[in-house]
Design a protein. Structure first.
Length: 519
């Protein structure tokens, strides 16, 4: 079976799994699709879609690593560095440099296709972008960071388990300077490693980071220092606990500047309902930023289906897949598609700041939630820091923050029951919205991980947990305000209730009370 047929088979298996009844073992996705290795690199998850309410769920716990697809403790700062020559005519891209030289992984045979996914105009210089491949187990993300330069006709690429875009883009810039300073380029021969370059890569590859525990005890601060014979380089490790801001996250910044908050709000609604999302742009960097930027909008949940931030021109037929996906496609490739074959896909045209969709998902959101988000977005242009990201986080706190309502004990084991979780919303105006979110693959994995975290006593409090607590206090304040109104209309007054309500309201006045206004 050739590569294209193997990939088609993998997609067919993914679609069958998505369409299968979740509790019907005969229809569940077979484990055999893991054998495709890289050919299933754009499918997440590869695990059988066992629902949390299934009796098997308690025995099939989802760890943080599985739910996020991010490796907890990688052995090295990066897996492999490649310099890849741009293909000429119909030739395949050629690897000029590989470090470490003895690195062996069958999955890397297609990395060159992602480094050169399509032909780009000659006026596009030094462009950064990133793609994703899975590790050898077929479960965890490895990020492919690229720096292209048409002037040099090569692509520098680093494969790493760490989702550190700013750091690795800077590393690629420094590597490019090292290479150019030594005049290594010769189109007729393979490049070689100079002493400076080899020392830089060796130091980076073997660098020992602080453990997560040490890093957090150090207030999320660590400087990575790499020394060579002629120069020292420093990089600041990013803190994954912090929300993205216009200064800290290049992906989030580009997404905001290219799409704008209003389009991001529509995009958020499509993401939450797990639509098929196709990003289109003439810039690979913009595709990367918007595709990866989606993760900031749906945090703390993670996208659990097809994820191809950069789609090679040889794989355009994958856009016809019926399962949910996030795909990034260069506009030159998009222009060759037969639109009738795409079906009900949501097309995000980045260059035009435009979304084409047959879905009105935003209209299915609770009115008070949309009103609150729009009000916050209008203010976001006047506020710095993580204000815009926090608007989406607050919406996620409202949408899935009460996940603990679904925790139960079944057969002496912790489990999650979706019906139990949805029970408080029965008969309310938000029930259809909450039910739709609760039936997504993202919520499925999210609820299973949170059940596992409770069992393992993983008590780390993140920004999401804090926002949930703020929202719960606001809800309590709203209830007390209702009590105050009733007390004020009666002859008997409760000064304790009055003072407590005023205290809570003053503490959380920076939050968004409109989120709780259900009228």
């Amino acid at each position: 079976m050739d590569e294209k047929n193997k990939i088609r088979s993998a997609i067919s298996l993914k679609q069958s799994a998505y369409q299968a009844a979740p509790n019907d073992e005969a229809q569940q996705k077979p484990k055999e699709n893991r054998v495709f290795g890289l050919f299933i690199l754009f499918f997440v998850p590869v695990h059988e879609p066992i629902m949390a309410s299934d009796a098997k769920a308690a025995g099939s716990m989802v760890t943080k690593e599985i739910e996020s697809r991010l490796k907890e403790t990688p052995e090295h700062l990066f897996e492999v560095f490649l310099e890849i020559r741009e293909p000429v005519d119909n030739e395949k891209p050629k690897v000029l440099i590989k470090y470490p030289n003895d690195f062996s992984d069958d999955g890397l045979q297609n990395v060159t296709n992602f480094a050169y996914p399509c032909k780009t105009p000659l006026d596009e210089q030094s462009e950064h972008f990133a793609f994703v491949i899975l590790d050898t187990t077929g479960t965890l993300f490895r990020f492919g960071y690229c720096r292209r330069s048409n002037r040099e006709s090569t692509c520098l690429c680093i494969i790493s388990f760490y989702p550190w875009f700013e750091i690795f883009y800077n590393i690629l810039n420094d590597l490019s300077q090292i290479i150019n300073s030594k005049s290594l380029k010769d189109s007729s021969q393979s490049s070689i490693l100079t002493a400076d370059m080899e020392q830089f890569l060796s130091s980076l590859y073997n660098y020992k980071l602080m453990s997560n525990e040490e890093f957090y005890k150090n207030e999320g601060k660590e400087i990575i220092e790499i020394n060579t014979l002629s120069k020292s380089y420093t990089y600041t490790r990013s803190d994954p606990r912090k929300l993205p801001s216009m200064l800290s996250s290049r992906n989030f910044t580009v997404m905001v500047s290219r799409l704008g908050p209003e389009i991001m709000l529509r995009l958020f609604s499509h993401l939450l309902f797990e639509r098929r999302l196709l990003f289109v742009s003439s810039k690979l960097f913009h595709l990367t930023a918007c595709a990866y930027g989606c993760s900031h909008l749906i945090y703390p949940m993670h996208w659990q289906s097809i994820f191809l931030p950069i789609l090679p021109s040889s794989m355009t037929w994958t856009a016809q897949c019926t399962a949910p996906y996030i795909i990034g496609m260069h506009s030159s490739v998009f222009s060759t598609l037969n639109m009738d074959e795409l079906g009900d896909v949501v097309i995000v045209k980045i260059d035009e700041r435009k979304i084409e969709s047959q879905y009105d998902d935003l209209n299915n959101f609770p009115k008070h939630l949309i009103r609150s988000m729009k009000k916050g977005i209008q203010q976001s242009s006047q506020l710095a820091g993580d204000h815009l990201a926090r608007i989406f986080l607050r919406a996620m706190a409202f949408s899935v923050g009460n996940y603990a309502n679904g925790f139960i004990i079944k057969n002496d084991k912790s489990d999650f029951d979706r019906d139990r979780y949805l029970e408080p919303y029965l008969g309310s105006h938000v029930h259809s919205f909450m039910s739709a979110v609760a039936h997504t693959q993202m919520f499925e994995q999210f609820s299973r991980y949170r059940t596992y975290a409770q069992l393992q006593r993983e008590t780390d409090v993140d920004e999401f947990d804090l926002e949930v607590k703020n929202l719960q206090k606001l809800q309590q304040s709203k209830k007390l305000n209702d009590v105050i109104k009733r007390v004020n209309t009666s002859k008997i007054r409760d000064p304790i209730a009055l003072n407590y309500a005023r205290e809570i309201k003053s503490i959380h006045q920076s939050s968004s009370p409109d989120l709780l206004n259900e009228k």
